[in-house]
Ligand binder design. Structure first.
Ligand SMILES: [Zn+2]
Length: 138
């Protein structure tokens, strides 16, 4: 979901329209920031990967809420499930040991696109796992 905000045009000093968003693919989480000035025509595009730059990520969360990725079941091969979670989220082994005994558990929280990306990543290496993305009501 694209988010809009306003900044000052570096060219004419008027208000710049800024749109940004994230795109979760199976390999990477990517983002874009698009700036356009309706007064002088100044335009700028920025792209990157992993999490959005902090101020935009904060705006995204402010407008579209915080989301979590919850694991409900590790499926038929729990060790494989834990390995898939560990390699995607860089969790420590002791965190994983606790996680296994306390399902369902929230793994991580952030933007919806981040959760979608993590879910895709985990499922791409082990698909017999039950993961749910949930919105945290603030
Ligand atoms: Zn301008």
């Amino acid at each position: 979901m694209a988010v809009e905000t306003c900044e000052i045009c570096p060219n004419c000093g008027k208000q710049l329209q800024v749109t940004f968003g994230e795109r979760p693919t199976e390999e990477r989480l990517t983002w874009y920031i698009s700036r356009h000035c309706g007064d002088c025509g100044y335009a700028e595009e920025a792209d990157g990967y992993d999490q959005l730059p902090t101020e935009y990520r904060d705006l995204e969360i402010h407008q579209n809420n915080t989301w979590t990725l919850q694991v409900n079941s590790l499926g038929s091969k729990p060790a494989k499930g834990l390995q898939a979670i560990k390699s995607t989220l860089n969790l420590a082994y002791d965190t994983l040991a606790v996680l296994k005994q306390d399902l369902p558990t929230r793994l991580v929280s952030g933007t919806k696109a981040e959760m979608t990306f993590y879910k895709k990543r985990i499922i791409s290496s082990y698909d017999d796992i039950q993961l749910v993305i949930e919105r945290i009501i603030q």
